[in-house]
Write a protein that binds this ligand. Structure first.
Ligand SMILES: [Zn+2]
Length: 457
């Protein structure tokens, strides 16, 4: 029997039948759209082809956001959902250094949906990192492992058992419903990103996974009666790791100035990383025609994400606060500037809604996200959260803080780290260079520690 990462004490207070507490009046519903790796410079560069993001920035509040190091997605998304640094929340990265994946069962703090559940208020969570095994929430939660537990071929589909989906969603019936929303081959082939899906070899291109998370949110939010929504998409990060240099003006300039430069760097890269696959256009050498084609990948994925922002904004409506946030930005790798992208320590934070104070906000810190979301929801942050409620960006009143939202030992279920989708996810992480062949995290990519000259600006 799979143990859910249930917050036993927290959850039992409402399971025992405490009455649902109505949300405070006045636009207190909050939706967070998390876009992994969304880069501020790219938003400016491609503004002309990103109408929804541009409108959101024009109408709402916008700030660049400092994030903590190491710059790793599981750490940062858990910080944004909880208000706690890595030392407190317990998610140290993708794996723990002995090849075991971190999972939601390792999270030692309440996340916003846990705190709301304890108040009898509903949430809708779709695809957020570190949510498997799906914990018991008031509302619905599709874990990040659901998509990885999907069969990778038509033959696999016939063989798929209900067991593979166990723990991937709460309630369990959501997993069955969500299977019907997985984009099929025909939809992928008709997408403007079909050329990427085809080049990648379906289904490991992120479009199918991101689109599923969005469809789950679109389908469920109108019926969810939820005060809080959390939707996570990862494709900008994945595509930027491999294709960023081709859209970066400085890297482009180097490639154009010296037609052999890319091929030489590829050869050195493969010598240094014998286990890694050749980068795109790596073997043949990149021509000017190839560069024109390669430079489309990132902006075309941004155009898809822009469409997602429009769809989410429509379904969320004007009376809720919509926050669009990333966990880090992107830049060309400091070590392999023509080969791969690398995380940058400045993320994007933007919001629209009735309680937003429009304009350019002062710099945000990743620690400020959760306390501010709590305030928007009419809930207190905790004294041991390092961040601030951003009353300069939102019309909110900060409530007196509770002592802590960390969990006691008895509230934490220890996960096995294996199970649904683990191999599929690890394969993807290896391909991106996040893990070595033994499943240990690599330090050069996917984070930017200060040693080794990989410090982001
Ligand atoms: Zn990330």
């Amino acid at each position: 029997m799979l143990r859910r990462g249930a917050l036993v004490l927290v959850a039992s207070s409402w399971l025992a039948g405490c009455a649902a507490v109505p949300a405070p009046a006045g636009g207190s519903r909050v939706v967070v759209l998390g876009i992994d790796g969304l880069e501020a410079n790219a938003l400016r560069r491609y503004a002309h082809s990103l109408p929804n993001l541009t409108r959101l920035l024009d109408e709402g509040v916008y700030a660049e956001m400092t994030v903590t190091t190491p710059i790793m997605s599981p750490i940062l998304w858990t910080t944004m959902a909880s208000g706690y640094p890595v030392e407190a929340h317990g998610i140290g990265g993708w794996t723990n250094g002995q090849g075991r994946s971190f999972t939601g069962a390792d999270v030692r703090v309440a996340r916003v949906w846990d705190a709301l559940s304890a108040e009898g208020r509903r949430s809708l969570v779709s695809g957020w990192l570190m949510t498997w095994p799906a914990s018991i929430v008031r509302g619905s939660l599709l874990s990040d492992r659901f998509v990885w537990a999907q069969p990778m071929s038509r033959e696999g589909e016939a063989e798929q058992t209900e067991e593979a989906l166990e723990g991937t969603a709460y309630p369990d019936s959501l997993a069955t419903r969500a299977r019907a929303w997985v984009p099929d081959e025909a939809w992928l082939a008709a997408s403007p990103l079909a050329y990427q899906v085809e080049a990648y070899g379906a289904p490991s291109h992120p479009l199918r996974r991101d689109e599923l998370h969005v469809r789950v949110f679109e389908a469920l939010w109108p019926e969810a009666d939820a005060d809080f929504g959390a939707l996570y998409v990862n494709g900008a990060d994945q595509v930027s790791h491999l294709y960023w240099p081709f859209c970066d003006p400085d890297s482009q300039k180097q490639i154009r100035a010296d037609t052999g430069a890319h091929k030489r760097q590829v050869e050195a890269f493969l010598l240094a990383h014998p286990g890694r696959a050749a980068p795109p256009w790596g073997v043949e050498g990149l021509t000017a025609v190839d560069l024109a084609e390669a430079s489309r990948w990132v902006p075309d994925y941004y155009a898809y994400l822009d469409d997602v922002v429009g769809r989410v904004r429509r379904v969320v409506g004007a009376d809720a606060t919509l926050i669009v946030v990333s966990d880090h930005g992107f830049q060309s790798s400091t070590t392999w500037p023509l080969i791969e992208g690398q995380h940058r320590g400045t993320a994007v934070f933007a919001a629209v809604g009735p309680r937003v104070i429009p304009g350019e906000g002062a710099r945000m810190h990743v620690f400020d996200v959760a306390p501010t979301v709590y305030a928007l929801l009419g809930l207190p942050a905790a004294e041991d959260m390092p961040g601030e409620v951003r009353t300069d960006m939102f019309e909110v009143v900060e409530l007196p803080r509770v002592a802590t939202r960390t969990l006691g030992r008895g509230d934490i279920a220890v996960g096995s780290g294996a199970g649904a989708g683990d191999q599929a996810l690890k394969g993807q992480l290896q391909a991106l260079g996040y893990l070595d062949e033994d499943g240990r995290p690599k330090t050069a990519i996917g984070q930017s520690r200060s040693e080794g000259g990989a410090t982001p600006p």
